[in-house]
Design a binder for this molecule. Structure first.
Ligand SMILES: NC(=O)c1ccc[n+]([C@@H]2O[C@H](COP(=O)([O-])OP(=O)(O)OC[C@H]3O[C@@H](n4cnc5c(N)ncnc54)[C@H](OP(=O)(O)O)[C@@H]3O)[C@@H](O)[C@H]2O)c1
Length: 384
């Protein structure tokens, strides 16, 4: 029995994790939940899973929620509330599944409290990979990947000698605009960009998939999770989303992990690691799939991928700035304020104006994040 905390329980990853927990009541007890603003859904989750503590975005939302719940549930609010839930003394594992930069400090709080962390919130490693991996080592805890690509790499690395690794190849579906021309990309709407061909995810990561920024963020995530050189990380477009990523070894052997595109598989693996749970999902039928294809990413139409590589190479606070500018630009695109292709422009211009600090202490990262949001906000206004 693992006692788990789920941060971001009302999101796509959080709901899938609760689906897993509900099916395996002998394996998991939910002791804490964190959500943003969706207190209707959180109230339902509390009735079903009876966590001892929950936290929401504001004190006002917490007050509302408290009135709906029996007094045995402690309701907290804001950053300190998330940090408290992340560090609950009775938990064994924290699933970090908030979206965006909001995930950083709660994830750090969990690590510093000695919790194993199942990490969906890739932004945490993008912003502060060095700091986070140092904390993992210092507190002797385990960081388990939830992202399907990193789960695949993790599985393909298991049982092999680290020094035999040559490189990894992250696969990307290519998103809904894989074959769109630049002219077509200029006109795409949020509704079109939110219609991902293979995965059902939250809006931010879905737009990131459409721009290929998601793959860029995953490149940075992989660098830190698996301690890789930039030159050891490749990306291949694989529109079927069946091969979730691959590891190449020095003898030329390539080991891949395959499965249907369903996040419940990597989520369950991260929660139950090192065991595997008998999930009752449709099997992968390769005879029905028949064809698996792989393509080079087009960096001219999808500049965000190259920007992420450049930010990783520059190091220091540059990846945190990439992340923050992207969050601002995605939000502006989703609310109809800038066109799709302006997302990359906002990120590129913000990166161009940043003087990276080599230090990645949390205060430095948070201040770079704040600076980038203001700068990207101004650029966004100009590009309207
Ligand atoms: N979805 C996927 O298939 C997938 C796959 C791989 C990785 N990921 C990563 O997993 C993370 C979550 O993605 P998602 O698709 O599950 O996102 P999502 O559906 O948008 O859910 C986001 C969750 O975070 C909460 N949240 C939003 N802003 C917050 C804030 N400022 N403070 C605290 N909580 C906040 C939301 O709460 P409310 O809804 O209550 O406001 C919700 O519970 C992202 O980092 C994403 O890149 C997702």
């Amino acid at each position: 029995m693992k006692r788990i905390v789920i941060l971001g329980s009302t999101g796509s990853i959080g709901r899938s994790a609760l689906w897993v927990a509900e099916r395996f009541p002998d394996c998991f007890q939910v002791v804490g939940l964190g959500a943003g603003k969706n207190i209707d859904l959180l109230a339902e989750q509390v009735q079903r899973f009876r966590p001892r503590v929950v936290s929401v975005l504001t004190a006002e939302l917490a007050g509302d929620l408290r009135r709906r719940l029996p007094p045995r549930t402690e309701v907290l609010a804001g950053l300190s509330g998330y940090q408290e839930v992340a560090a609950l003394p009775e938990s064994d594992l924290v699933l970090s599944a908030m979206v965006g930069a909001a995930g950083l400090t709660p994830t750090l709080a969990a690590l510093r409290a000695g919790k194993d962390v199942a990490l969906a919130n890739k932004e945490t490693l993008v912003m502060a990979g060095d700091l986070v991996t140092t904390e993992v080592g210092r507190h002797q805890v385990t960081l388990l990947p939830v992202d399907s690509e990193h789960s695949a790499i993790f599985q393909a690395l298991t049982g092999h000698r680290r020094q035999d690794l040559k490189r990894i190849i992250l696969t990307a579906s290519g998103g809904p605009f894989l074959h769109a021309s630049l002219e077509e990309l200029q006109r795409v709407t949020p509704t079109q960009a939110l219609a991902h061909p293979n995965w059902r995810m939250g809006p931010k990561v879905t737009i990131d998939s459409a721009t290929l920024m998601n793959k860029g963020l995953e490149v940075i995530e992989a660098r830190w999770l698996f301690d890789l050189e930039i030159s050891q990380i490749g990306v291949a477009i694989h529109p079927q989303s069946i091969v979730h990523s691959l590891v190449e070894y020095v003898d030329g052997s390539v080991i891949a992990q395959l499965g249907i595109p369903d996040m419940r598989i990597p989520i369950a693996y991260a929660l139950s690691y090192p065991e595997r749970l008998p999930l009752d999902l449709p099997p992968l039928d390769l005879l029905a799939v028949q064809t698996l294809t792989f393509l080079e990413p087009d960096r001219a139409r999808f500049p965000c991928l190259g920007l992420a590589f450049a930010a990783l190479k520059a190091g220091g606070t540059m990846p945190a700035v990439l992340n923050a500018a992207n969050e601002v630009a995605v939000e502006a695109f989703l609310s109809g304020r800038i066109p799709f292709l302006a997302i990359g422009e906002v990120v590129e211009e913000t990166l161009g104006r940043h003087r990276p600090s080599p230090t990645v202490e949390v205060e430095v990262v948070v201040s770079a994040d704040r600076w980038a949001r203001e700068e990207a906000g101004r650029i966004t206004e100009r590009l309207r």
